[in-house]
Design a protein around this ligand. Structure first.
Ligand code: FES
Length: 574
C-alpha cells in the first residue's frame, strides 16, 4: 500500500483510522477549506515571527509569498508556529534555547501532516535549530532565510549591527564619545527589520544553508525588506511542492559532500566561529562527525574571499549587490564538491553553472588576491584544550598571534563584571585574560561572553586588543585575538578550571597551539586541591540541559538528539 500523503499523514490515534481522518477533515473544514484543497500536497510553513524577534519582522510578508508559491504549484500551504529566538531577547543566552527550538521544530514536523516544510529562520540560533530539527525529522525541507537588515548612517558614517555596535560601545567605554552620541548611534545601528548586516552568525548560517544546498539558489543574501527576498520566498514555496512530489528528502541533500562545501564556505567567508558549533550539531543529527583537524587543514588552503565586516569592510547588502553566493561559489569552485545535491533537485555544480559568468565587483575577492591568505578560523590544541579550541584569526591582531603572557583569571562572568573595570586590576596589555565557567554547562548555554571587554584602564590608554581565552563563544560580529570553545570546559574539570593568576600561557596560531606553561603534576595537584562541582538543576528544562548537553566538539547538542549511530566523518575519509 502507498504511504499516506497530505492530510492523511500521521493520523491522530483514536483506534479507528477512518474516524481519525473524518474528524481531522471536519475540524479543518471549520476554517473553510474544501475537499479539493485538502487533497493537495501539504507544505508546512514554520512561522517564527514574534514581536520579540525583529530579525524575523518580515515573516508576515515572507509567509504570504511562500503561500503564493505553494498554491501556484498546486499545493496547500499550512502555516504553523514554533518558538522563535532573538539574540538580545533570550536570557541567559540564546544558545540555551537552540536545542529546545530544534526539538519543537522536529516534533511539530513529525506530529502535523505535511509532505514538505519551509523553514523560515534568520536570527543566529533559528536556522541551526530548524536545520537540526528537520534533519532529524527526515522529510523534504527547504530553508527560507529572513534576510539581513539595511545599514544606517550615523553622522555620515555607514553603520550596521553589530560590529559597529561593539565599536561605538568601545568608544563610549573609552570616553571617546559622550552619552548623547551613543544614544544617537543607537537609533541608526539597526535601520530596518532583518538580521545583522555583517558576517555575524546569522549571515554565516545563511551562507552555510545555501552552501549545504538547503536554500533556493541566491537565498542567502537578499536583504529582508527587498523584492528579491520576497521573490525567493515565492520560489521556495513552489519548490517545496516539487520536493514533496519528488520525495526529495533532507538526507539526500545533507550529505558529507554538502557538509564539506559548508566547511569551505565557512572558511572563505571569514564566518562566525559559532558556525562550527552549529554545523557540528546539524551534521551530528545525520550521524556525521565534523573533523576539526581536517577543518584546520582545509583552512590552510581556503583563503578568506569575502570582504565583509568584521574581517573586512562591507555589509550583507553589498554582498547581495555583488551577486551573493553565486559569486563566491564560482570563485571557490575548484575547492567544492560540485556533485552535492540541492533542494532544487540539481547539483551545486549545476546551480553555479546556471548563474552564468560573473561581473566586476569588489566584495568577493578572486582566489588569487584574497582578503586573508588562510581560512578565517584556526583550530588550536594543547594542554589547555585537549579537546580543541578555536580562534578567528582573520579578526585577530597579527601582533598577538604569537604571544606568551601572564594569566589574569576571572572565575565567572560575575567576577568579570565586578573587577574588569577596577583601577586596581593588576593587568597590562601583555597579559592574557582568562574567563572560566562560560562553557555549555558552566553558564549554562555557552554564552557569547568570550568577547571579554578590554579592562577600562587599558582601553583608556588606547589598548585595542589583548589575548583572551575562555570556554565560551563570541558573537560573529566581534573581533580581537580571542581563543574560544576551550574543550573540555572548566565547569566539568577541564584544565582551564585550574589556571591561576600569574600562570604563563602561550598562544601560537602558527603552530596551532594553546599551552598552559604549568606541569601536569602541578595541574593534577590543583585538581585534587580544588575539585570542581559539575552544575546541576532540580527540575525542568535546565535539568534536561545540564544532564544531556554535550561539549563544543559535539555541537553543544543534547546527547539524545544526535543520531543513534555515527556513520562517517566530514570530510569523508579516503
Ligand atoms: Fe538577530 Fe543579529 S540579533 S541576527
Amino acid at each position: 500500500m502507498d504511504k499516506p500523503t497530505g492530510l492523511r499523514k500521521g493520523l491522530t490515534s483514536y483506534g479507528d483510522q477512518g474516524f481519525s481522518l473524518f474528524l481531522r477533515k471536519a475540524f479543518i473544514k471549520g476554517a473553510g477549506y474544501t475537499d479539493s484543497a485538502l487533497d493537495r500536497p501539504v507544505v508546512g510553513i514554520a512561522n517564527t515571527g514574534s514581536a520579540y524577534n525583529p530579525c524575523h519582522g518580515n515573516a508576515p510578508q515572507l509567509i504570504e509569498a511562500v503561500k503564493r508559491g505553494v498554491m501556484l504549484a498546486g499545493g496547500l500551504p499550512m502555516e504553523f508556529p514554533t518558538i522563535s529566538i532573538h539574540e538580545s531577547f533570550a536570557a541567559p543566552t540564546s544558545m540555551y534555547l537552540r536545542n529546545l527550538m530544534s526539538m519543537d521544530t522536529e516534533e511539530m514536523l513529525r506530529a502535523q501532516p505535511m509532505d514538505a516544510v519551509v523553514l523560515i529562520g534568520g536570527c543566529d540560533k533559528t536556522v541551526p535549530a530548524q536545520l537540526m530539527g528537520a534533519a532529524s525529522a527526515g522529510m523534504p525541507a527547504v530553508q527560507l532565510i529572513t534576510g539581513s537588515m539595511l545599514t544606517g548612517s550615523h553622522r555620515s558614517e555607514r553603520v550596521g549591527a553589530c560590529t559597529d555596535c561593539r565599536r561605538y560601545w568601545g568608544k563610549f567605554r573609552a570616553s571617546e564619545i559622550d552619552e548623547d552620541e551613543v544614544a544617537d548611534v543607537n537609533n541608526q545601528l539597526v535601520a530596518s527589520v532583518g538580521t545583522c548586516s555583517v558576517m555575524g552568525t546569522a549571515s554565516t548560517m545563511a551562507c552555510i544553508a545555501e552552501a549545504l544546498g538547503m536554500t533556493m539558489p541566491g537565498g542567502a543574501s537578499p536583504p529582508a525588506v527587498t523584492a528579491d527576498r520576497i521573490r525567493i520566498a515565492e520560489q521556495t514555496g513552489t519548490q517545496a511542492v516539487q520536493m514533496a512530489r519528488d520525495g526529495l528528502t533532507i538526507d539526500k541533500v545533507l550529505t558529507p559532500a554538502a557538509f564539506e562545501n559548508a566547511m569551505r564556505v565557512l572558511l572563505a567567508i571569514g564566518g562566525s566561529t559559532n558556525g562550527i558549533v552549529h554545523l557540528t550539531a546539524i551534521a551530528g543529527r545525520m550521524g556525521l562527525e565534523i573533523d576539526l583537524a581536517a577543518l584546520d587543514r582545509m583552512g590552510r588552503e581556503t583563503p578568506v574571499l569575502l570582504d565583509l565586516k568584521p574581517s573586512g569592510q562591507h555589509y550583507m547588502e553589498d554582498f547581495h549587490h555583488a551577486g551573493g553566493m553565486a559569486t563566491l561559489l564560482r570563485e571557490l569552485k575548484p575547492l567544492l564538491r560540485l556533485d552535492a545535491m540541492t533542494v532544487t533537485g540539481r547539483t551545486l555544480g549545476e546551480e553555479i553553472e546556471g548563474h552564468g559568468a560573473g561581473f566586476n565587483q569588489d566584495v568577493v575577492r578572486p582566489i588569487t588576491a584574497p582578503i586573508y591568505p588562510q581560512g578565517g578560523i584556526a583550530v588550536l590544541r594543547g594542554n589547555l584544550a585537549p579537546g580543541g579550541a578555536i580562534i578567528k584569526q582573520s579578526a585577530a591582531d597579527p601582533r598577538l598571534m604569537e604571544h606568551e603572557g601572564r594569566a589574569v583569571v576571572f572565575e565567572n562572568t560575575e567576577d568579570l563584571l565586578t573587577r574588569i573595570d577596577s583601577d586596581d586590576l593588576d593587568v597590562t596589555a601583555q597579559d592574557v585574560l582568562v574567563l572560566k565557567n562560560i562553557g555549555p554547562k558552566g553558564a549554562p548555554g555557552m554564552p557569547e561572553a568570550g568577547y571579554i571587554p578590554i579592562p577600562r584602564k587599558l582601553a583608556r590608554a588606547g589598548v585595542k586588543d589583548i589575548v583572551r581565552i575562555s570556554d565560551g563563544r563570541m558573537s560573529g560580529t566581534a573581533f580581537g585575538t580571542i581563543v574560544l570553545h576551550v574543550t573540555p570546559e572548566s565547569a566539568i574539570g577541564g584544565p582551564l578550571a585550574h589556571v591561576r593568576n600569574g600562570d604563563r600561557i602561550r598562544l601560537s596560531v602558527r603552530d596551532r597551539e594553546i599551552a598552559l606553561l604549568v606541569s601536569d603534576a602541578e595541574l593534577a595537584r590543583r585538581a585534587q586541591e580544588s575539585p570542581v562541582t559539575v552544575p546541576s538543576a532540580a527540575r525542568g528544562y535546565r535539568k534536561l540541559f545540564l544532564e544531556t548537553v554535550t561539549q563544543a566538539d559535539q555541537g553543544v547538542d543534547f546527547d539524545f538528539l544526535r543520531a543513534e549511530t555515527m556513520v562517517g566523518k566530514v570530510p569523508e575519509q579516503p
